[in-house]
Design a protein around this ligand. Structure first.
Ligand SMILES: *[C@@H]1O[C@H](CO)[C@@H](O)[C@H](O)[C@H]1NC(C)=O
Ligand SMILES: *[C@@H]1O[C@H](CO)[C@@H](O)[C@H](O)[C@H]1NC(C)=O
Ligand SMILES: *[C@@H]1O[C@H](CO)[C@@H](O)[C@H](O)[C@H]1NC(C)=O
Ligand SMILES: *[C@@H]1O[C@H](CO)[C@@H](O)[C@H](O)[C@H]1NC(C)=O
Ligand SMILES: *[C@@H]1O[C@H](CO)[C@@H](O)[C@H](O)[C@H]1NC(C)=O
Ligand SMILES: *[C@@H]1O[C@H](CO)[C@@H](O)[C@H](O)[C@H]1NC(C)=O
Length: 879
């Protein structure tokens, strides 16, 4: 059905126009990185549970004039009540859609919560908390009248310094995929459409593109890497039923993301069977016809570019300063875009299907979108939508805090053991200009003043309040013993005052930070300010000096980092007086309370830390697989992903580089023992056999590892040796055949699946193309991996266990990849069995020749541990 067409085959004069599909040429040396043209745009199929909604949307669209249809596809302006507003259809009372940032809350609104950043959600490794965060954000968007929330963000953090990494879920596609899906489920469960972004390869801010950018980089990504790393979380989003996707500013293989027909028509809509709509990032379009044919469905915010022409055209269907609007009517009339394509752009209205309370034709009682008047007065502004979300924000703040060092168990603290405490650093205190303004006047948190609880840019929200650490620690200590001496030195640079206080204190806590954000704001506002991406991976405000100065005169120096991503800690991490380090990320409005819960065992909500790094902390910047391209004279700077699938920890493993703190690392106040690894085949290819035998088929040989103590931490784990389980039963090769058959893009019935596969296959294996998220078989369970964890310490706490797989050799896979995790609460002495499920997709590789996923055949290594390098149990299974 979906073909690669040469221009000669297109048949109409209009399609031969240079604006309709010829990709930009590649500069010398990059010729292989050219995106093919994939036409026509596959219409929404209305498969699975989307059927009735798509039908409903089609019926709705059938009754509209072309001008009315155009109003649904094109934004009005950015001065409306929301950052994105579609036109309306007054004839039938359709009030249009409100689209609003951000991935951590409702942007630019009052009486909303400002919760933890995406990167902190990921650092909890807790699917329930991540989903609860999604629900809370959804309730606030919904309460403000937002139809389409512009999150989650799920770019991969390829470069440690990339400005917007903190909006997303870290450096591993599996972790990002789980977090993305859980966030979407949460958001959409309360009737808001989620938007997964930025599709795709939007991995740095420098030269990212958009109307203000003279240079737009091309992310050159090979097919295997695209599928196995960067697309993975988007596929999980589609599988989770995400209603909207946002294409990014940058180019991929020379072609701008919002008109990349291979990626939109070919990958998103055909291969992943996406049934929702894809919108442009704000002013990311650089052309009108090409995006329409490439499958783009909505032009946001409507105008041609920031500062270019009128920015506020009230009627999209007549708007002339737009790539679409009136121009899209002309494109239909002159034959360059079929009207059926415009109809298809609105099939997304079917997204209303499962969203309670929203209907096609009514407005919303809200701040953000539609006005409700009473006697001519607007009555529904300033609605308070916070509910009790502060509780969840505090819980996630503590649950996402990662304990990196804890010499001689100096943490947790007890107020009764402290006589005199010093608190250091501007990051411990309030913002001098208030939590939502900058002394430079920059908007969107474009400064690093006071304690850092979110980055800057469009991915933000206004704080209703921001609890700073000094205030929270003071309040907590005083609630137990008001006679403790508490001295705060908030000046980062006054070494004398720091020393004076540190040398008298028995306990010193140093707060440091590192910030980043979106490229339109330089921070600090100086010529060498950070243009979104960080210029370095070290602490801001001379944090290294601050720590070393305090540690020089305080034998118990505890460091707390509020950082957007990995920070190099070599300048002080081994200092004997730096006794403990907490990596708290960007916790949001309850920051101070959350850190008190982790620091103090006598806090009413004391929390044993269980956060784990969602990325690697290297010893030096050059250890990472890739870095930011800061300078280029090319119009299209070329960023080639030469490391392939080996980003983050995969690169360190592959090249034998020792990180300072590995991916997945985090200590606890307790200790845990792992035992009893079992791998059981449960998948479709076994179902027939399982019916004749009630005993589970064990396909692994489990051996207990002796590598039980982390080199970099004090977590000691006792591993009980489990009996080796033997029965080796190879999984039938028909699994691979059936996955491949259903992954085929052919519309004909699966031809290559053989009798065995068909007989034992679940119905989804034979479903036609258009399965949501790719062939349904990929998401079928194949194996379960189970093991026992026991809390062998004296403190109750959560243990985050992680499952890594080593693929059969010569499949081009990294030494190990994350494929499962769980956060399990255990009281002292308690044991629990953890069972993780592997889907067919989790043991498959993308076959670039066959253009489908195929189960990797051979011997898999199973590694279960408490980080990517602290593996406690190992086993194997055969496929
Ligand atoms: C980009 O180019 C690489 C190398 O030729 C190719 O493997 C990949 O499929 C291309 N991707 C897109 C989206 O064009
Ligand atoms: C398009 O939307 C605008 C803005 O809401 C509205 O004023 C106009 O009447 C709409 N046009 C049509 C044809 O419905
Ligand atoms: C059709 O109209 C569009 C929008 O004005 C324009 O960009 C395109 O060049 C036109 N194509 C032809 C073949 O006239
Ligand atoms: C790193 O960047 C920050 C923020 O611009 C700056 O404060 C700091 O001095 C820089 N560090 C080094 C070592 O240059
Ligand atoms: C550690 O702190 C003590 C003060 O308690 C100080 O005398 C000592 O020199 C410090 N150690 C280092 C290595 O700075
Ligand atoms: C189906 O596949 C299985 C496993 O590879 C094989 O043993 C069997 O012979 C095949 N059957 C047919 C009809 O091709």
């Amino acid at each position: 059905m979906l073909k690669l067409l040469s221009f000669a085959l297109l048949g109409t004069g209009a399609l031969c126009d240079v604006t309709t599909g010829i990709p930009d040429s590649a500069p010398p040396g990059f010729e292989e990185f050219i995106s093919p043209i994939v036409l026509p745009a596959p219409p929404v199929k209305g498969t699975a549970d989307w059927a009735s909604s798509v039908q409903r949307a089609r019926a709705f669209v059938r009754g509209l004039s072309l001008a009315e249809k155009i109003n649904v596809t094109t934004g009005v302006d950015v001065m409306g009540r929301c950052v994105g507003n579609t036109g309306t259809i007054p004839r039938i009372g359709w009030k249009g859609l409100c689209l609003e940032d951000s991935p951590l809350g409702v942007r630019l609104a009052d009486f909303v919560s400002a919760g933890p950043a995406g990167i902190n959600a990921a650092a909890t490794w807790d699917i329930d908390l991540i989903k609860a965060r999604g629900v809370a954000m959804g309730e606030e968007h919904r309460g403000k009248g937002v139809n389409v929330a512009l999150g989650p963000m799920t770019n991969m953090g390829r470069q440690a310094a990339a400005g917007r990494n903190w909006e997303g879920f870290g450096g591993d596609p599996f972790l990002s995929g789980v977090a993305t899906a859980a966030t979407i489920e949460g958001l959409q469960s309360v009737g808001v459409i989620a938007t997964v972004k930025h599709y795709i390869g939007n991995e740095q801010e420098h030269f990212r593109g958009g109307s203000e950018s003279a240079q737009i980089y091309s992310s050159n990504i090979d097919d295997k890497t695209l599928h196995e790393v960067y697309l993975w979380p988007f596929a999980e989003a589609v599988k989770a039923g995400v209603g909207a996707v946002m294409c990014s500013y940058n180019k991929i293989n020379q072609t701008q993301a919002c008109q990349n027909s291979k990626l939109i028509n070919g990958v998103l809509k055909e291969e992943l069977g996406f049934q929702g709509f894809i919108m442009s990032d704000w002013a990311a379009m650089i052309n009108g016809v090409q995006p329409a044919l490439a499958g783009l469905d909505m032009n946001m915010p409507g105008f041609v570019g920031y500062g270019i022409g009128p920015q506020n055209d009230p009627d999209p269907s007549t708007a002339t300063n737009s790539w679409w609007g009136a121009a899209l009517i002309e494109m239909v009339n002159n034959g360059s875009v079929p009207e059926s394509r415009v109809d298809d752009m609105e099939s997304f209205l079917g997204n209303y299907r499962n969203f309670p309370g929203l209907t096609l034709l009514t407005g919303h009682s809200n701040d953000c979108n539609m006005e409700t008047f009473s006697n001519g007065e607007l009555v529904n502004e300033h609605i308070n939508v916070q509910g009790d979300h502060f509780k969840l924000i505090r819980e996630i703040g503590a649950a996402s805090t990662i304990l990196l060092k804890n010499t001689k168990n100096v943490l947790p603290l007890k107020v009764n053991n402290i006589k005199r405490i010093g608190i250091f650093g501007s990051d411990a205190g309030p913002h001098p200009e208030g939590p939502n303004t900058c002394s430079t006047g920059k908007p969107d948190h474009g400064c690093d003043e006071g304690t850092l609880a979110m980055g800057w840019g469009s991915g933000t929200a206004y704080f209703p309040y921001l609890i700073d650490p000094l205030a929270a620690i003071t309040e907590h200590i005083q609630s137990i013993d008001p006679t403790v001496v508490i001295e705060g030195v908030l000046d980062d640079f006054n070494a004398g005052s720091q020393t004076a206080v540190a040398s008298l204190a028995d306990t010193c806590i140093v707060f440091v930070n590192a910030d980043s954000g979106e490229g339109y704001i330089p921070v600090p506002d100086t010529p060498d300010g950070n243009m979104g991406d960080r210029n370095n991976l070290t602490l801001w405000h001379s944090g290294d000096d601050l720590i070393n100065n305090v540690a020089a005169s305080c034998a118990n120096t505890i460091v707390v980092q509020h950082v957007v991503g990995p920070v190099l800690v070599e300048a002080w991490i081994d200092h004997p007086n730096v006794t403990a380090v907490l990596h708290a990320g960007l916790p949001g409005q309850e920051s101070g309370n959350a850190i008190v819960d982790v620091l103090f065992s006598d806090s009413p909500q004391a929390t044993n830390p269980s956060g784990r790094l969602p990325y690697t902390i290297a010893k030096q910047r050059t250890d990472y697989a890739a870095d930011i391209l800061y300078t280029s004279s090319m119009t299209t700077p070329q960023i080639t992903y030469t490391e392939g699938v080996n980003i983050d920890y995969r690169w360190f493993d592959l090249n034998g580089i020792t990180p300072r703190f590995e991916f997945g690392f985090g200590l606890s106040y307790s200790t845990f023992a792992y035992s009893g690894l079992q791998t059981v085949h449960v998948g479709p290819a076994r179902r027939a056999e399982a019916a004749t035998s009630s005993a589970p088929v064990v396909v692994s040989s489990a051996t207990a590892s002796t590598k039980s103590t982390s080199a970099s931490g004090s977590l000691s784990v006792t591993v009980s040796r489990s009996a080796s389980v033997t029965s080796h039963t190879a999984v039938s090769a028909s699994v691979s055949a059936s996955v491949s058959a259903s992954a085929s893009f052919s519309l004909s019935a699966s031809s290559s699946a053989n009798a065995t596969a068909t007989a034992s296959a679940p119905p989804s294996l034979s479903s036609p193309v258009g399965d949501i998220g790719g062939p349904a078989a990929l998401y079928e369970s194949l194996l379960t991996v189970s093991f026992k964890i026991q809390n062998t310490g004296h403190t109750a706490g959560n243990e985050v266990s992680q499952l890594y797989l080593g693929f059969p050799a010569s499949r081009g896979e990294p030494p190990k990849v994350l494929r499962g995790f769980a956060r399990t609460m255990l009281s002292p002495g308690q044991s629990k069995t953890v069972t993780l499920t592997l889907r067919q997709k989790d043991v498959s590789v993308w076959d670039v020749v066959a253009q489908k996923w195929a189960v990797a055949k051979g011997t898999f290594k199973v590694m279960v541990g408490s980080s990517s390098r602290n593996i406690h149990l190992e086993g194997t299974f055969q496929l």
